[in-house]
Design a protein around this ligand. Sequence first.
Ligand code: ADP
Ligand code: MG
Length: 490
Amino acid sequence: MLDQSIRDKYTAVIGLEVHAQLATNTKIYNTDSNSFGDNPNTNISVITLGHPGTLPKLNKKVVEYAIKMGLACNCNISREQIFDRKNYFYPDLPKGYQLTQDRTPICMQGHVTVFPKNGEKRDIPLNRIHIEEDAGKSIHLEGETDTLVDFNRAGVPLIEIVTEPAIATSDEAASFLTEVRKLVRYLDVCDGNMEEGSMRCDANISVMLNGSTTLGKKIEVKNMNSIRNVQRAIDHEIVRQIIEIEKGNQIASETRTFDAATGTTAGMRTKEELNDYRYFPDPDLSPLHVSEEWLNAIKASMPSLPNELLEKYIKEYQLPEYDAQVLTDSKEIALYFEKVCAQTSNFKAASNWMMGPVKSYLNDSSGNINDLTLSPEQLAEIIGLVDDSKVSFSAASQRLFPAMIKANGKSALQVAEELNLIQDSNSDSIGGVIDEVLEANPDEVAAYRKGRKNLLGMFMGEVMKKSNGKVDPKLANQLLRNKLEEAVKP
Ligand code: ADP
Ligand code: MG
């Protein structure tokens, strides 16, 4: 255990390297299919296998996707690029080198805004985003001495997003990954699934005494398959490093692996054992020029991004920041909400419906909003009926909404009529019901008159019961008050 007073003497510094597999149809340097989960070694041409004499050809979509991500992260897009060979030997790397961008990353600088749970909203600066190819996958089967290799993943396009060492807490790191995942999903460039490995994160972590101007030696931690585990790995590593330093030991740069079962990290290799990659420009791929025209076309094709929508919901729709965050969490929810808002001007009601009945229904049915059989137009109709006092909110959420889901495109008004939910907003008939209730409860009327104002709720309950819940509650409440106050007068 680490004493809090000792923990407080240190500042943690974190830098993340995030790999995202791009959701292109084909691989980065040839036309082999880029699909996950196929039988091993079925998407492997001689180019993927790096046979002598084969030549790579760059997939234009890969560049487009990388530029989109760069624009979404406020990066400078570099217009002239070369590809480099990163040389090392490993059985899952058939060419003996990885084609990557060392000196000319396609995107430079930029930032991602984070919203940590226990901290302030902040811009995390990026160092770069570059394009590279994935390696194959070595498969070590339990109890077997042999290792198998699946080359389907070899040549799958990746972008690597590298932050500056500028993240201060595991909370900020988690928010960074959440925001990056949101961005790749909004842009449709990667499915962002960390559990399946289509988004992967290495965390670089160091600690230093508060106020120090030189960064501590960093440890790189790998193998976290969820945002939660990245957070756990960082928290564990910060404490471990402080304990080592307090014991008088030096931190040696090393790569460690995270064990989710124990929440701890263990050494894999020290940096001294690392290869010298002997980067040099690949002679097979020609340098890449990004024209002004192409860049502008990509800019024009950018969808609305979560931050833009967040701001719009707060400023234009006047929604609380909490609502705006929840609604922009997923692109599908945001798109649906936008369509509802195109049909109603009661944005707050639309937001409440999305975060309340719609969300609970999706949770209960473990469904996706894309499968919701209630259209945004129909939801807007329901909101309209409530706003016009035609249907009470409780009847709308408890009876009309579930019925609409099965209503096959019928209008909300039609279904509300079929279910007999249209409420009475005629003051004469409501007045009649109220009179009946007052006559039936003379003692309570007298008590109300003497000051027991909290009997109002009881009267409302009786009125609702008598009318089968079909009177407009606002109007009924008003009329009831009037009648009770009248009765007080001599
Ligand atoms: P390397 O070449 O050793 O991998 P880089 O300078 O390319 O190191 O940085 C890799 C990642 O490590 C980046 O995300 C960077 O922000 C982070 N990083 C660099 N130095 C530190 C440090 N002292 N503490 C924490 N993270 C660091
Ligand atoms: Mg690294």
